[in-house]
Design a protein around this ligand. Structure first.
Ligand SMILES: Cc1ncc(COP(=O)(O)O)c(C=O)c1O
Length: 375
């Protein structure tokens, strides 16, 4: 078998997330019931029951692509490809734009999909970091120093997983200036766009600020609908057509019902309600986590996330993060993500966009283990 870099965090989640009592490893909010979504539009259920379970349009049904295009400045639905989650959109973007040996620069810490793909496909991987000591601001000096005329693509995640940091427009412009100077592409993973904790205005997309941008979005995080498995890529029409050609090999299409439901969720009437729901979970859950941290008097620290339902929390007691999270899973049946999965030991990623009666007992169990470790 060929050497293979597994997607370590997704391996852990797919093996254990359904078996633990409390899953705080997910980065989205508590998902909607199908009935909750359908109740928002009277008569929709009857309409859906008449859906022919055919293949949908391979690139996504027109209504869905129209609703997605509306989320970006001056975009057309022909610039949108609907994919099986953002995960497929990221994958086929790299497959389309890069060949083995090509130079890619990845922002870290980050959801490690692009990092892992770069390893598995023999890209020449370079990195720049969000700096904890600067409130997770991007290290643009390092970015400038690692980018070369051979750089084909710069991958960013905004708002970021795991830090929840949203780039300022000045920082975005800094990244674009650097990318433009070598004519590279930007792959902007924006799955948390709209899942704001502190702002009611969603952060701007990289799309529309530079011509060589592929922006990626998803129903999984900001809209609370991960089970639809719907994501998308938006970019220049000719490149989106190339992505579509790869998508035909990989999945042909997403499902007909998911297309219909995602189109409904992103309609101008329903979308604001879903964003409000997501922000509600994030804003109610965060103070619970914060209070819990404060009760541990100096054992934890964190820069409050701007967006997303996750906190990247540093700790100062003496145990490796993977060992800690393994013990937590085995002894307390709680799943969280070790900092090791992001190459940063002595951090953990904890999900908080969950109902109170789920979050509080889960945090209580983490507390029990901490007491036992520090006895
Ligand atoms: C930054 C980022 N991109 C992509 C994904 C995958 O999302 P999807 O469910 O849309 O495939 C995730 C999931 O956690 C993520 O955090």
């Amino acid at each position: 078998m060929k050497a293979f870099q597994p997607f370590v965090m997704e391996r852990m989640m797919s093996k254990f997330e359904k078996d633990v009592t409390f899953n705080l490893s997910e980065s989205g909010v508590h998902p909607l019931l199908l009935s909750e979504l359908l109740e928002m539009v009277p008569g929709k259920l009857d309409e859906l029951l008449k859906t022919e379970l055919n293949y949908p349009h391979a690139n996504g049904i027109p209504e869905l692509r129209r609703n997605i295009a509306r989320l970006y400045p001056e975009a057309e639905s022909s610039q949108v490809l609907v994919t099986v989650g953002a995960i497929e959109a990221n994958y086929i973007t790299l497959q389309t734009l890069l060949s083995p040996g090509n130079e890619i620069v990845v922002m870290l810490p980050n959801y490690m999909q692009i990092w892992g793909i770069a390893k598995n496909h023999g890209f020449h991987l370079k990195t720049f970091r969000l700096l904890e000591e600067k409130g997770w601001a991007p290290d643009l000096e390092t970015l400038e120093s690692v980018v070369t005329p051979q750089t084909k693509l710069i991958a960013v995640c905004n708002p970021d997983n795991p830090t929840g940091r949203t780039l300022t427009e000045t920082e975005m412009d800094g990244i674009i200036t650097c990318t433009r100077s070598v004519g590279a592409w930007i792959l902007a993973d924006e799955v948390y766009r709209g899942a704001d904790r502190v702002s009611d205005v969603e952060n701007p997309s990289f799309y529309g600020r530079y011509d060589k941008v592929i922006a990626v979005g998803s129903m999984s995080k900001a809209y609370g609908l991960p089970g639809l498995r719907i994501g998308w890529a938006i970019g220049p029409e000719d490149i989106i057509d190339e992505l579509w050609a790869r998508h035909e090999y990989l999945t042909i299409s997403t499902t007909m019902l998911s297309n219909q439901l995602a189109a409904l969720a992103l309609s101008p009437e329903i979308r604001p309600l879903l964003l409000k729901r997501t922000r509600g979970f994030i804003r109610r859950g965060y103070p619970i986590l914060e209070q819990w941290m404060q009760a541990h008097q100096g054992r934890f620290w964190m820069r409050p996330p701007d967006a997303a339902a996750i906190a990247f929390v540093g700790y100062n007691f003496d145990i490796n993060s993977s060992e800690f999270t393994d013990r937590l899973r085995k002894e307390k049946s709680v799943l969280i993500v070790p900092g090791d999965h992001f190459g940063m030991d002595h951090f953990v990623r904890i999900s908080f966009g969950l109902p109170e009666d789920y979050l509080i007992p889960a945090l209580e169990r983490i507390h029990e283990l901490i007491i036992e470790i520090n006895k």
